[in-house]
Every structure is written in structure tokens, then in C-alpha cells.
Write a protein that binds this ligand. Structure first.
Ligand SMILES: [Zn+2]
Length: 195
């Protein structure tokens, strides 16, 4: 058994606007009953989060009555420069934003291909600290900051604002679209993973 999560990452919010956007979206989620107003111990990645609200079922495709019984069932909001990742597993491939060459990062047995991964590891590891390390493409030779590469399966998302729903059933596409609108139409990535 593990804990499943979905994280909606706003990949365009600036550090300056992230806090305000987080508060704006949280107001909506509380007002519409998707999450509870009070902060409680109900998330895995932070001290406190917001438990599912009375109308949480309208945000998901297939409401699970058991969710209320789980300890980790809340919404966790991250306002911080973060490399969000899908937890278990490996990114399967990455694509150059200049020439669209795709580089596999795992072999046929899903083992990481170390020499390709080594090209990205430092840049991924240091992005959260404020670096924008360029990575050179072996195909076209041009460089691009690591957060502009396209990660297969949305394994990584780089941003300053993320909303993580712990153990919620799959979010409804309409809910996700509404969410993105309230983030000012910013580009969002819905990352799904397991711990
Ligand atoms: Zn390239």
C-alpha cells in the first residue's frame, strides 16, 4: 500500500504572485465546499493541510466514501520554488525544446540509463535552490534551462506553486479546467504519482 497523489502545478506563476494565487484558489475551494477551512494534520508532505469538504465528490470522477477514513486525505499547498515529481519510478524520456529529439532515460527493463540521466541530474537537483542550469542537447548541440525540457508522462514539473491532493480519486477534467482558469489561465501540469 502506498499513498497516491495528484499535484496541479502552476508552471508560470512567478515567486511574487504565487502566495496571492494560492490564497485566491484556496478561498474558492473552501467557499465551494471542496475542502475544509481549518488546517489539520491530513497530508504527508507538510505539517497541515485541508481535509476534503462536504462537496469534495464534485471535484472527482468517482467519489470514494472511504476517503474520509484515511488519515492522508487532504490538500497540501506548496508555495516555494519546487521540482515536483511523481514519486516512485523514473521519468521514461525527455525531449529537447529546440529540436524535439527525444532521449530515453530508461531501458527496456525500466532501469535508468545512467549516462543520459547524468546529463540532467545536477540541473534537476539544483533548480529548487534557484539555479537555471542549462543542459546541452546531444542531438542539436544547443542548450536549454532544465525546466524547459519536456518530461515524458509529466514526471517532473518545475514551478513555484503546487496543489497536492492526497489519495483523492482522479480529478474531473472540468474541475482541473476551472482550477487553471482561477490561476489566471496559466499553464498547469497535472502530475500523478505514488509514494
Ligand atoms: Zn536538441
Amino acid at each position: 500500500m502506498g499513498d497516491w497523489f495528484q499535484t496541479l502545478v502552476d508552471t508560470e506563476a512567478t515567486p511574487e504572485e504565487a502566495q496571492e494565487l494560492a490564497a485566491h484558489v484556496l478561498d474558492w475551494l473552501i467557499a465551494d465546499g471542496f475542502v475544509a477551512a481549518e488546517r489539520t494534520d491530513c497530508v504527508l508532505g507538510a505539517d497541515a493541510g485541508h481535509a476534503p469538504g462536504t462537496r469534495y465528490g464534485e471535484a472527482v470522477q468517482d467519489p470514494d466514501p472511504e476517503l474520509a477514513k484515511l488519515w492522508s486525505n487532504g490538500l497540501q499547498i506548496t508555495v516555494e520554488r519546487t521540482v515536483f515529481d511523481a514519486g516512485q519510478g523514473e521519468p521514461s524520456a525527455v525531449t529537447c525544446p529546440h529540436c524535439a529529439a527525444e532521449m530515453p532515460l530508461v531501458d527496456a527493463y525500466w532501469s535508468p540509463i545512467e549516462e543520459t540521466w547524468a546529463r540532467f541530474a545536477d540541473a534537476v537537483g539544483s533548480w529548487a535552490e534557484g539555479d537555471d542550469e542549462p543542459v546541452a542537447c546531444p542531438s542539436c548541440g544547443r542548450t536549454a534551462p532544465v525546466h524547459t525540457w519536456l518530461w515524458a508522462d509529466d514526471y517532473f514539473a518545475f514551478g513555484h506553486l503546487g496543489f497536492t491532493f492526497w489519495n483523492w480519486p482522479a480529478l474531473r477534467p472540468e474541475f482541473v479546467a476551472d482550477f487553471a482558469r482561477r490561476l489566471g489561465g496559466h499553464r498547469t501540469v497535472l502530475l500523478e504519482g505514488k509514494l
